[in-house]
Design a protein around this ligand. Structure first.
Ligand code: BEZ
Length: 188
């Protein structure tokens, strides 16, 4: 009886040790959504291919950047309204002091590149992929969208000044097309 109890305790303790060791290797995810005044996480995104990393902090350091995120490349709302709005407003936003306009989605970089090519984004909007969702998880701005395969980004826009969030517009229902559209963004 005593031997059985000791053996059970050993098994439980080995399991706990393994679980702890797994936990320390897990990526840190934010527990609350980011807010105005927060610094962006130094996460890598990908442009055109998995070989081409773009670190979010490097991208936004010392500059004003507009970043908007969509639930999915090629989806109707993102293709008909959200992305075209930023392409059309790119020159105006750049004249107001924006150095880069960036579109992010939890998709792979080839999909983002193909979607950008279809919308003539070159020189206007950079199409950055967050394939594992690590950027969106770190911002705690993700949502579960089973029709799109599961974890995706909520639809939002932000103005970033020297890697710090200056303005943040998250769609209240996660995917709607209102406050995060290009014509609603206030750069100053
Ligand atoms: C869209 O068309 O933008 C969309 C479609 C499905 C889920 C979320 C967004």
């Amino acid at each position: 009886m005593l031997r059985t109890s000791v053996s059970i305790i050993r098994s439980v303790s080995a399991f706990a040790k393994q679980a702890t060791s797994r936990a320390v290797h897990t990526t840190f995810y934010a527990m609350a959504p980011v807010k105005v005044g927060d610094k962006l996480p130094a996460v890598d995104l990908f442009e055109d291919s998995p070989a081409n990393k773009v670190n979010v902090c490097d991208l936004t350091s010392g500059k004003k950047v507009v970043l908007f995120a969509v639930p999915g490349a090629f989806t109707p709302g993102c293709s008909k309204t959200h992305l075209p709005g930023y392409v059309q407003n790119a020159d105006k936003l750049k004249a107001e002091g924006v150095s880069e306009i960036v579109c992010v989605s939890v998709n792979d970089p080839y999909v983002m590149a193909a979607w950008g090519a279809q919308h003539n984004t070159k020189g206007k909007v950079r199409m950055l992929a967050d394939p594992s969702g690590n950027f969106i998880k770190a911002l705690d701005l993700g949502t579960n969208l089973p029709p799109l395969g599961g974890f995706r980004s909520k639809r939002f826009s932000m103005v970033i000044n020297d890697s710090t969030i200056q303005e943040l517009n998250v769609e209240p229902d996660g995917t709607g097309l209102s406050c995060s559209l290009a014509d609603k963004i206030k750069v100053k």
